[in-house]
Design a protein around this ligand. Structure first.
Ligand code: LLP
Length: 418
């Protein structure tokens, strides 16, 4: 996964800090992130775009801790948000709302007002009906909302089975055939100002070709829309670039961008401002979830029961996702296959199946690639407090979120008066 998270002197370290030391100090389950892994990932996008007008908008749904946002803001990134809550986080982290794009199929009027007042850079609009609502909210505030239309490029699913959101027949985006009339509609509304076009074709994409197909479809539309007299300033190609969880070999961001720029140049669009909305590829391999082995239940099927569960990391339970699991301090003893499971009362509560490990109770394991869609998807199911988060930067360690305490979990609840 990441050169910043590796074994040194027989134990797992994040940058210069042994993971076991962090678990001793902060307890488990614990999310540990490498700040330099995040910076390096951002730079891989930005370096490839150097010399071109561009903005990398980190899709903060992947990991929205304020210190993570701060790290990307300092690196010059903007943010892709999907709620008023995420906008509040950007502002709390010192991010610039003028570098925010607001995505999502269902924005409320209150969220639209909040984003207009904050001065976001662009609303990524997903339906004609949303255009009308946004225009009326903007008119009431006496402003014009900058808009981009999220178009659905309908890239071929058969050759690219992992792509789901870029296909017709799902809830996202405006169908290619409707896009031109939607742009005419947008341009005619008093509260809107057309600034761009966007698409997002899916997540954990490991091939280049769907991106190039999508770009071609988007450029066809840009040409048609501009021919109709509506200028398009930026092209936002969304996020979706995959990472290595096990044996995937996704293209590097620089390679992907190089190919996209080449296609843009060939088609005479090299001058355009480009936006991207990467989430997973900026943070996924920059983090691990550290957990302690509670008990072992060897048998016909052997269970290794750990203190992290589906509420801390739902990807295996929800998507049957594979996440690498490694010991923080490997034992030089024979291994056997273990199902690594959590304490939650559900059969779906597993982190890994049939993993060859040599473990004893009290050992710590690290679930790899847990920088993205881990803490942000955590819940309090079974009244389990969410884990702490730490950020490692060289040899410095920063506690960036305290472990939740049980009383916080029911602080807003009320007994019925009798
Ligand atoms: N832009 C839009 C409009 C999106 O919907 C998403 C992700 C992104 C950008 C960022 O995509 P990324 O670069 O992270 O692939 N919870 C799932 C992933 C859901 C992705 C949803 N949309 C998981 O754990 O695999």
């Amino acid at each position: 996964g990441s050169p910043w998270i590796a074994y040194t002197d027989g134990e797992l370290v994040v940058e210069d800090v042994p993971v076991n030391r962090l678990a001793d100090e902060y307890g488990t389950p614990l999310y540990v992130y490498s700040r330099n892994a995040m910076r390096t990932a951002a730079a891989s996008y930005q370096d490839a775009l150097a010399g071109r007008p561009h903005l990398v908008c980190y899709a903060m749904k992947a990991n929205s801790n304020l210190a993570v946002l701060q790290t990307f803001a300092e690196a010059g990134c903007g943010f892709d948000i999907v709620s008023g809550g995420e906008l509040a986080r950007v502002i709390a982290a010192g991010g610039d709302p003028g570098k925010v794009v607001f995505s999502g199929v269902g924005k409320t009027r209150a969220e639209m007002r909040q984003a207009l007042q904050a001065g976001v850079r662009c609303f990524n609009v997903e339906s004609e009906a949303e255009l009308d609502v946004l225009s009326s909210v903007a008119v009431a505030l006496g402003v014009r909302a900058p808009v981009s239309l999220r178009v659905n490029p309908d890239v071929d699913a058969k050759t690219h089975p992992y792509i789901s959101t870029g296909l017709k027949g799902n809830k996202f985006g405006i169908a290619h055939q409707q896009a031109l009339s939607a742009y005419r509609h947008a341009a005619a509304l008093p509260g809107l100002r057309v600034v761009g076009i966007d698409c997002h074709i899916g997540s954990q994409i490991t091939e280049l070709s769907p991106y190039l197909d999508a770009l071609d479809r988007v450029l066809d539309l840009v040409e048609a829309v501009e021919l109709a007299g509506i200028p398009i300033r930026h092209i936002d190609l969304g996020g979706g670039l995959g990472i290595t969880y096990t044996d995937e070999e996704p293209p590097e961001a620089g390679v992907l961008i190089g190919q996209l720029l080449k296609r843009l140049d060939e088609r005479g669009h090299g001058h355009r401002e480009l936006l991207f909305e990467p989430g997973r590829s900026l943070v996924g391999n920059a983090g691990v979830l550290v957990t302690e082995v509670l008990v072992l239940k060897p048998g016909a099927k052997s269970f290794c029961i750990v203190d992290a569960a589906m509420n801390d990391l739902v990807r295996p339970a929800m998507y049957e996702a594979y996440m690498g699991i490694v010991p923080c301090k490997p034992r030089h003893e024979p291994t056997r296959p273990w199902d690594v499971v959590g304490p939650v009362c559900e059969s779906g509560d597993w982190l890994g199946r049939e993993r060859e490990l040599a473990v004893k109770a009290g050992d710590r394991l690290a679930v790899l690639s847990s920088g993205a869609y881990a803490m942000t998807m955590a819940s309090n199911y079974n009244t389990r407090p969410r884990g702490a988060e730490v950020m490692v930067d060289g040899s410095s360690v920063h506690l960036i979120r305290e472990r939740e305490q049980v009383p916080q979990l029911f602080a807003g609840e009320k007994l019925i008066r009798r």
